[in-house]
Design a binder for this molecule. Structure first.
Ligand SMILES: [Zn+2]
Ligand SMILES: [Zn+2]
Length: 347
């Protein structure tokens, strides 16, 4: 097959311009399923060709264990897209969740073959997808939260819960999905019989996480069906009180969708209330952090004075400096890629 039609190699700036010039609206949505896929590479190429033609943008992971997709679809292609998804036996009837807020989310289509659709890096003996936590809708989840000894666990990464979370949820202090499950197991040590309530963005992480906890001796594990996205829809439609406060972090250009108006995050630079994740404007850094409007101006959208200075150099000079590890100003200064200790760095 001609590789050119299977990958988008255009420059990011051009793609963003094309997206901005589109004359139609896009629907942002997500879906996943744990299902055996025999030949993920072949499925990947087939889906890419088909969805590229439908002008689908977004990020899709395919593996032997299933599919995980966050995409945007032109409004007028929506029915064709749903038809396309359902034309595959493995994906027939898959629940497609529309985003709480639309908006320009992705600017190209990326479909990757992965080992796991959620990279927990746990061994096959540590979970069994035939036994997962019971699925709760919004009202049931709210009710269960009130139960004695109930304990809600945020299964997302730390930086996601910094801008929005369920009241009183436990936030595991880890940087990557890989460290998450062992950390959660440790935190819940001794609570094997208590009601454990798991939640994540769209539900996919809880499927496997609940299976892992059950396999590790937890007896009362349930999960928020369809994740925060589905919860937000139900809260809106049924007039239920939202126990989730703040923003639902999403991995696309929007960086988050507000569920309630609460601003629960803090600017990583000056500590005032803020809930906007920023990608450091220094191309050699690109660290993800929370920044208030004022600091955004002061630091030119960068994570530090050093990055601001580096980013303001002529691009040619930056290129030369980037070759020298002593002179480049990059995120390697941080002990963690996604949770920079910016204030400590400054002092
Ligand atoms: Zn600030
Ligand atoms: Zn930076």
């Amino acid at each position: 097959m001609n590789k050119d039609i299977l990958y988008n190699k255009k420059d990011r700036k051009i793609l963003k311009k094309e997206l901005a010039a589109e004359s139609f609206n896009r629907i942002t949505c997500s879906f996943y399923r744990y299902v055996a896929i025999e030949n993920p590479s072949l499925s990947r190429d087939t889906l890419y060709k088909e969805w590229n033609q439908l002008q689908i943008f977004g990020r899709v992971y395919i593996s032997h264990e299933g599919i995980n997709a966050q995409v945007s679809c032109p409004e007028h292609k929506w029915n064709s897209f749903i038809k396309s998804i359902n034309s595959y036996d493995a994906f027939k009837g898959i629940p497609v969740k529309r985003a709480v807020r639309d908006g320009r989310s992705f600017y190209k289509l990326v479909i990757k073959v992965k080992k796991e659709i959620v990279a927990y890096k746990i061994s096959d003996e540590d979970y069994d997808m035939g036994s997962v936590g019971s699925h709760l809708n919004a009202q049931e989840f709210n009710d269960r939260l009130e139960k004695e000894n109930a304990i809600a666990v945020d299964m997302r990464n730390y930086y996601e819960s910094e801008v929005g979370k369920f009241e009183e949820a436990i936030i595991p202090d880890v940087d990557t999905s890989r460290e998450l499950l062992p950390a959660v197991k440790k935190m819940l040590n001794g609570r094997e019989s208590d009601p454990i309530l798991l939640y994540c963005t769209g539900g996919i992480r809880c499927e496997k996480a609940s299976s892992y906890l059950i396999k590790n001796g937890f007896k009362n594990v349930s999960q928020l069906n369809g994740g925060i996205i589905q919860y937000a829809h139900e809260v809106q439609e049924k007039g239920i009180r939202s126990k989730f406060r703040g923003k639902n972090f999403v991995f696309d250009e929007r960086m988050g969708e507000s569920i309630t108006d609460d601003v629960i995050g803090k600017c990583h630079q000056c500590n005032t209330p803020a809930d906007s994740h920023i990608d450091c404007g220094n191309d050699a850094c690109h660290i993800l952090f929370i920044q208030c409007k004022k600091c955004n101006t002061t630091y030119d959208g960068c994570c530090s004075k050093e990055c601001k200075e580096f980013a303001s150099l002529p691009i040619e000079e930056q290129r030369v400096l980037r070759k020298d590890p002593q002179k480049v100003v990059s995120k390697s200064r941080y002990s963690s890629k996604i949770k920079p200790k910016l204030r400590e760095l400054r002092n």
